[in-house]
Each structure stands twice: as structure tokens, then as C-alpha cells.
Design a protein around this ligand. Structure first.
Ligand code: PLP
Length: 407
């Protein structure tokens, strides 16, 4: 069991009050709070090891380079990649998807080719593909979602054609919490010789990810959703695929030699890391991963599952609630609507009680359309949340409901 009161002391922000009420932070799917070790790592890196990396021969530059490359190894080990040069640092999930969409469309797709997405994708795994679809005249095929918020696997199987070039799906839905059957998804795609990219933004903080066991060709995620800093994320790719993809951006660092006649690109991972990378962010990111490893992802998941179970049970007893996302396998995300209270009203009223939830379409408008709603209220739980905080949420919901009934 995790010692939550002790763990909470690692996160100074959790001790804050908003509107004179203790902060209840349930917006973890948007971004997580940062433990002290991560914030201190950033400060320490700027104070003690700040110099631009890779090209410098001086002491500080070498120390900073070493820290950055060690961070890459930490990420590699965290997701069980075969080699550190299969880890590309990006600005986040969004940039990683754009990198793949752009390179993949250029290198492997012709007019009429198809990419399989799903109806539960975040906009960042839809729009990059639409941009390429418009540029290269390729088609997007969409796996539907059933009433429980699960992918329709029969339809997925039927979507493959001679023209399918890639499957790009989310591992875990940011709205429904659904943990998709990615092993099966990948097995089916591979039977058709189609590579798979998984959006792991909502998975990595909650489930053990082993990219080799999964056998995904690409896997992307963001540091800030797993207790790390903003502005940095990861594109994992199998070496053979990364070798085949063209560079995404040009500039320093990604080249071996430059002449006006011809430029030779650098080897992996640097081919995809044009310009000065976020070498401070990478070391803080590694610190966050070590923090998570120290607690144990399985223990974190067990705690979050208990919070989800408790919250689901309590909210259903609290009033006329519709829960969106009733998949058999769910992460700690609870999307709901109460009566006909608009999600923005609910979000604002909860905020006045010190409770931070997200309301709206959650960057998944096609999913909202599928569900026939404008948006939901989303409470998403992390390792530092407690049942007492859920009690506060439920009391808040009951109070708001009474207010609306009186109207
Ligand atoms: N994919 C999913 C499933 C997400 O939940 C998010 C963020 O909410 C993203 C992608 C985009 O992540 P980022 O904004 O860190 O690039």
C-alpha cells in the first residue's frame, strides 16, 4: 500500500487553498502535479550543470550531455525499449504524433492509402493525420466506439484493406478511461503487415508499458502527465522504422555534415532532434520516472483503481448521474453529467468549492458527437488523491444539485 499522507508531502501545491478551501486536484489527465524532487532537479540543473549539450568540449557541457543521455536511458528502461537511440525527445505527445504523421505520409503513403484511427482519439491524434490526408490525398478510417466506450473490435478487423498503411490509436482514452486491448490491436495489424502507433499519453502514468512485449512500432507520450515537466515528451520507435523515416525538422544537432551541395543527417536519435533539446527538462523527466518507479507503477495503479471504484459507486448514489465510459478495463478517469446541469456550470461551481475538474469536450469532439453530448465533467485521479477528496467532490455535487433543483 502507498502511504498517501506521506506522498502528499512531496507535492507542495496540494497543500494550497483556493477560495479559502483546501485544493482538491482532480484534473490529472490534463496534467499532473510535480513532486519536489522534480522541481528541485530543474533548479539544480540550472544552478549547477547548465551548458549547451553535445558540441561542447568543456566540463559543464560534457556534464550536461551526460545527464541528458542518462535521462534517455532512464526513459528507455522505463518503457523497456531495446535501445536508447530508439527514444526521441519531442515537445510532447502532440509533436511526436505530428512527427510520425509527417514522416510516415512522406515516406510510405500514396494517394488513396489509408490510416486507421478511432472515434475516441484526442485531437492530437486526429488533426495531424487530417493535415497529411489533405496534403497527400490519403483517407482516414475510424474504428467506432460502443455504448460502454470500448472499441468495436469487429469493425476494427473489417477496416483493413490493401491500402491500410498504419494504425494510429490511443492506448487509453482521456475521456472514457477505456484501456484499449492494444496487444490484440497490434496482433491484428501485424497479421496484415501494418505497423502500429500508440498514443500512450494517458497510459504511461497508469499502466506498465513494455514496448518490446507490445511489439508496437511507435509509442508516444508526454512527461507532464506522469509527474514530469511540461514541454518534453517521447517518441519511441523501432530502430528499423526510425531509420526509414525522413527527418521532421532541419537545423543543428540533426546533421552529420552540412554543405550547400548536400547535407548528411545525423544518426538516431539525433536525426529527429533538431536544435537545442530541452536538456534540463529531460533530466527532470528522468527524475519523475524514478519517483514513479520508487513507488511502483503497480501499486500506483492499484490505489487509483480503488479511487475509481469508490468514486464510481458514490457518484451513482449521489443523484441523476450519467457516467461516460463503462469499459471493463478503465484507468482512473470518471467522466459524467449530472441531470441537465451544463458541464461548464458544474466545473465553475465545483471550482468555487476548491475542486479542480475539467469540463468540456476534452479535445475529443468526434467522441462527443458519437456520445451525442457537448461535453462532460471529468474527474481524473492520480497517485496522491484520496477517498476523502472524493467525499468532498460528492458533497459538492450534492450541494450543486440541490441548488439547481431549487431554481
Ligand atoms: N493524447 C491524449 C490521449 C491526451 O490525453 C493528450 C493530452 O491531454 C494528448 C494526446 C496531447 O498531449 P500533449 O498536449 O502533452 O502533447
Amino acid at each position: 500500500m502507498l502511504d498517501i499522507p506521506i506522498i502528499r508531502q512531496d507535492f507542495p501545491i496540494l497543500g494550497h487553498k483556493v477560495y479559502d478551501k483546501p485544493l482538491v486536484y482532480f484534473d490529472n489527465a490534463a496534467t499532473t502535479q510535480k513532486p519536489r524532487v522534480v522541481v528541485e532537479k530543474i533548479r539544480d540543473a540550472y544552478y549547477n550543470v547548465n551548458a549547451n549539450i553535445h558540441r561542447g568540449v568543456h566540463f559543464l557541457s560534457q556534464a550536461a550531455t551526460e545527464a541528458h543521455e542518462e535521462a534517455r536511458q532512464t526513459v528507455q528502461q522505463f518503457i523497456h525499449a531495446r535501445s536508447a537511440h530508439e527514444i526521441i525527445f519531442t515537445r510532447g505527445t502532440t509533436e511526436a504524433v505530428n512527427l510520425i504523421a509527417s514522416g510516415f505520409a512522406d515516406a510510405f503513403m500514396s494517394p488513396g492509402d489509408e490510416v486507421i484511427l478511432s472515434a475516441m482519439e484526442h485531437h492530437s491524434n486526429i488533426v495531424p493525420w487530417q493535415l497529411q490526408a489533405a496534403r497527400k490525398d490519403i483517407a482516414l478510417r475510424v474504428v467506432p466506439v460502443n455504448e460502454r466506450g470500448e472499441l468495436c473490435m469487429e469493425s476494427y478487423r473489417d477496416l483493413f484493406s490493401e491500402r491500410t498503411k498504419l494504425v494510429a490509436l490511443t492506448h487509453v482514452s482521456n475521456v472514457l478511461g477505456t484501456i484499449n486491448p492494444v496487444e490484440e490491436i497490434i496482433r491484428i495489424a501485424h497479421r496484415h503487415q501494418v505497423p502500429v502507433m500508440l498514443d500512450g499519453a494517458q497510459a504511461v502514468p497508469h499502466v506498465q508499458v513494455d514496448v518490446q512485449a507490445l511489439d508496437a512500432e511507435f509509442y508516444v507520450f508526454s512527461a507532464h502527465k506522469i509527474y514530469g515537466p511540461t514541454g518534453i515528451g517521447v517518441l519511441y520507435g523501432k530502430e528499423e522504422w526510425l531509420e526509414k523515416l525522413p527527418p521532421y525538422q532541419g537545423g543543428g544537432e540533426m546533421i552529420a555534415t552540412v554543405a550547400f551541395e548536400k547535407t548528411v543527417f545525423n544518426e538516431l536519435p539525433f536525426k529527429f532532434e533538431a536544435g537545442t533539446p530541452d536538456y534540463i527538462g529531460s533530466t527532470a523527466f528522468a527524475e519523475a520516472l524514478r519517483y514513479v518507479e520508487g513507488l511502483g507503477i503497480e501499486r500506483i495503479a492499484a490505489h487509483e483503481q480503488e479511487l475509481l471504484r469508490y468514486a464510481t459507486e458514490r457518484i451513482q448514489a449521489a443523484g441523476p448521474v450519467r457516467i461516460f465510459g463503462q469499459a471493463a478495463h478503465k484507468s482512473s478517469v470518471l467522466s459524467f453529467l449530472m441531470g441537465d446541469i451544463h458541464p461548464y456550470d458544474m466545473g465553475m461551481l465545483l471550482d468555487r468549492l476548491g475542486i479542480a475538474v475539467r469540463s468540456g469536450h476534452h479535445c475529443a469532439q468526434p467522441l462527443m458527437k458519437r456520445l451525442g453530448i457537448e461535453g462532460t465533467v471529468r474527474a481524473s485521479f492520480a497517485l496522491y488523491n484520496t477517498k476523502e477528496e472524493i467525499d468532498t467532490l460528492i458533497a459538492g455535487l450534492e450541494q450543486i444539485q440541490t441548488m439547481f433543483l431549487k431554481k
